[in-house]
Design a protein around this ligand. Structure first.
Ligand code: SF4
Length: 344
C-alpha cells in the first residue's frame, strides 16, 4: 500500500451565519495515499467541496470556520499554517482546479501572463525560460497553437480550453496532490472525456495523487481507484470503487448507484430516485443523516449516530445495518438490491 500523503483527522467545518451555525462537514476522517486516484461523491450540499476547500484555506473566514480536527500533510497539520506557509504549499504541493475556470482566471490578464506568473515567482525562472516551459505545459494539456493562446484573454477561449489552461497552471509546479472539483461539469461530453483523460494521464505519468470531486458515478467508474461517499457532511461509506459498485453496504450508496441509467444493462422498470431532500445542516439530525429518506431505517437510526464498521478490505461503512443485531433488516436490504447494481 502506498504511503499516506494527506491524513484528514476528525475534521469539522462550519459557517457562522445570522440564521445559526451551518455544520457543513462533521467529524470526517480519511487518507489520501501517494499517487492514488480518489473520488469524493455525494449530492449538492453534502459537504464535499467545503471539505476539500478547507484543506488549502480557500474558504472565506468568516463565515467559514474550522470547528475541529487536523489535516496532516507530510507530517504537518496544515490547518495551523500561517498565510505565508499556505502560499508555499499552494500550487507547489497541493493544487486546486475549480468547476468554473472563469472564477479562477483573471479576465483582464493574458493567458501567458497567468501561466508564467507562478513559474517566475515559485520556480524562480527568468521570463524567457518560463515562457518556454509554459508552452510545453500548454502542449501537455492538449492546447493547439499554444503560442497564439498565450497572447489571448480568457474570454477568447472556449470553456474546454479555459479548463485546460487551469490544469496547465495547476500542474506547472508539479504538485503531489491535485484536487479537481467537478472539473468537467460545465463541459460537453467530448471535451469532458478529453479533460479526464489528461488528468488520468498526469496521475499515471507523474505520480500525482488526484482527489476528484464529482456527483457523476460514470466518471467515478472510469477514473477512480477508491471512493468516499458523503452525505449530510459525513463520510457514510468508503472503499475500492470495484467493491462499492458491486456490493455497497450503505443504503445511500446503493440508492445513488441504482439511480444511474445503465447502457450496458437492460433497464427493468422505472429509473430509481431518492425520495425526500438532504438534511438541513443548520440543525442536522442527531442520528443517521440519511434516516428520513432511508427505506431500511430503524428506530435507533433517528437518535444514534452509526459508528464506522469495516465490512471488507479497505471498505468502511457508517450504518446500523452493519451491526450484528440488524441481521433481519440487512437481509431485506440485500434482497431489495440483489442484482440491481452490477460491476463497475
Ligand atoms: Fe438507513 Fe439506519 Fe443505515 Fe442510516 S443507519 S442508512 S437510516 S439503516
Amino acid at each position: 500500500m502506498s504511503g499516506v500523503l494527506l491524513d484528514v483527522k476528525n475534521l469539522s467545518v462550519c459557517f457562522d451565519t445570522y440564521a445559526g451555525q451551518v455544520q457543513a462537514v462533521r467529524d470526517v476522517s480519511f487518507q489520501v495515499r501517494e499517487g492514488e486516484r480518489l473520488a469524493v461523491v455525494g449530492e449538492s450540499g453534502s459537504g464535499k467541496s467545503v471539505m476539500t476547500q478547507s484543506f488549502v484555506s480557500l474558504l472565506p473566514s468568516p463565515p467559514a470556520r474550522i470547528a475541529g480536527g487536523q489535516v496532516v500533510y507530510l507530517g504537518e497539520d496544515i490547518l495551523k499554517y500561517s498565510f505565508r506557509q499556505y502560499r508555499k504549499i499552494k500550487g507547489a504541493e497541493i493544487a486546486y482546479v475549480f468547476q468554473d475556470p472563469m472564477t479562477s482566471l483573471n479576465p483582464t490578464s493574458r493567458i501567458g501572463a497567468q501561466v508564467i506568473e507562478g513559474l517566475v515567482s515559485h520556480r524562480r525562472m527568468d521570463r524567457r525560460a518560463a515562457k518556454a516551459f509554459a508552452l510545453e505545459l500548454m502542449k501537455k494539456v492538449g492546447i493547439p497553437s499554444p503560442e497564439r493562446r498565450l497572447e489571448q484573454y480568457p474570454y477568447e477561449l472556449s470553456g474546454g480550453m479555459r479548463q485546460r489552461v487551469m490544469i496547465a497552471i495547476a500542474i506547472a509546479l508539479t504538485p503531489r496532490l491535485l484536487i479537481a472539483d467537478e472539473p468537467t461539469t460545465a463541459l460537453d461530453v467530448t471535451i469532458q472525456s478529453q479533460i479526464l483523460h489528461i488528468l488520468k494521464h498526469l496521475n499515471q505519468s507523474a505520480g500525482m495523487a488526484l482527489l476528484l470531486i464529482t456527483h457523476d458515478m460514470g466518471i467515478v467508474a472510469g477514473m477512480a481507484e477508491r471512493m468516499l461517499v458523503m452525505y449530510g457532511g459525513k463520510i457514510v461509506e468508503s472503499g475500492p470503487v470495484q467493491a462499492l459498485f458491486s456490493g455497497a453496504h450503505h443504503p445511500y450508496t446503493r440508492a445513488l448507484l441504482a439511480s444511474v441509467p445503465r447502457l450496458d444493462k437492460e433497464q427493468q422498470g422505472e429509473l430509481q430516485y431518492i425520495v425526500g431532500s438532504p438534511p438541513d445542516m443548520l440543525c442536522p439530525p442527531a442520528g443517521c443523516p440519511f434516516a428520513p429518506r432511508c427505506k431500511f431505517s430503524m428506530k435507533a437510526c433517528f437518535t444514534v449516530m452509526p459508528e464506522e464498521a469495516q465490512t471488507g478490505p479497505d471498505h468502511l461503512v457508517s450504518c446500523h445495518l452493519a451491526h450484528p443485531g440488524a441481521a433481519a433488516v440487512r437481509a431485506r436490504f440485500e434482497s431489495v438490491y440483489a442484482g440491481e447494481v452490477g460491476d463497475a
